[in-house]
Design a protein around this ligand. Sequence first.
Ligand code: TRP
Ligand code: SF4
Length: 329
Amino acid sequence: MSRVLSGIQPSGSQHIGHLVGALENFTRLQGEGEAFYMIADWHALTSKYESVEEIWPATLELTATFLAAGLDPDRATLFVQSLVKEHAELHLLLSMVTPLSWLERVPTYKEKLQNAVADLGSYGFLGYPLLQTADIIIYKAHKVPVGEDQLFHLELAREVVRRFNFLFQREVFPEPEAVLTKAAKVPGLDGRKMSKSYGNCIYLRDNPAVILEKCTRQMASDPARLRRTDPGNPEICPVFEFHKLFSDAETVQLVGTECRQAGIGCFDCKKRVAEALTRRIEPIREKIESHLGHPGDIEAVLRDGSARARAVAAETMADVRDAMRLPVL
Ligand code: TRP
Ligand code: SF4
């Protein structure tokens, strides 16, 4: 049976980019094989070591979001990385056979090192993609649904797998493959990629009034369309991108034609986007709030999922120790 694994860091609220980019894929894949979805709280520590108190609340919120978006704890194993300590053991063992240069040349490493707010010059941060490798291969996962920004990490995981299997002359791990989302990147309110660090997000916990406000006041449109009577070009307008992602086919068609003929004003066009977004997000938002009202139930899901994950991880570690001739006493 094919196994799927992915993880998300618990670092703040989830936005619609996460919904379209990751969560919908996660939900689809939980029906196709055995699925493991992890809250990567150790990974969050690489940058949040000065605000550790934020990680557990963010873990609860992320789990509530998983559930609200349609992940079903009976069909997918939802778990917390730090509760499956075998990941740390595998990370350590992999660190013995991974050349330092493989980690230093990961493009996201240098880039983040220079741009980050926190000091990322730690040993743990360099090892970030190797810990991610351990997360994936400890479940012998075949498919890893991720965004494009994770492709280098997946490539490293594949190289590490080949090296491990070769060194110890055993096919302990299969080579994992990335599963990319069909959806293009979700633009932010300003037209750049939606990202918390740009402050251009629509969050899954935004209520209808906030969504309307963000869409009508902050969303960028075709900059060449200055007056209501000027025709616009929907193809270069971020608002139209949102219509394509969230409105029905009829509305997309209508807005596309009307915009070119100056038949619809940008304000009305944005109001319609807000309506479409609200229709999509409001049910999720309500579910997130309702799950967050019962933190004990969320903990139970995580406790149960983490125990299931641990059982699988422990089996793999027995193979690994055997392959590496570590003693069993
Ligand atoms: N690095 C991933 C991210 O920032 C999170 C992550 C941690 C992950 N472990 C993983 C993703 C394992 C996929 C598989 O989004
Ligand atoms: Fe963009 Fe809509 Fe204005 Fe056209 S009418 S420029 S699609 S906001």
